[in-house]
Design a protein. Structure first.
Length: 68
């Protein structure tokens, strides 16, 4: 039996903040250490990269492993 196309709604995380490259350059070690938001780095409204705490990244990796 063919699977029906599943549509998943995007998860909107209130801790995500869109910032420009200039904001990224302004961050120092202390600010990065205390970062409590996920930053989407963008240039001219085009997303370039995502910056998140290392422990959040590792938690994501663990969740992916559990689903396999």
């Amino acid at each position: 039996m063919a699977k029906a196309n599943q549509v998943s709604l995007p998860y909107v995380d209130p801790s995500v903040q869109h910032v420009g490259v200039t904001k990224l350059r302004a961050l120092n070690v202390a600010q990065l250490r205390d970062l409590d938001k996920t930053l989407v780095i963008q240039d001219n409204d085009k997303p370039l990269a995502v910056l998140l705490r290392f422990d959040h990244f590792m938690a994501m990796q663990e969740q992916i492993r559990e689903k396999e």
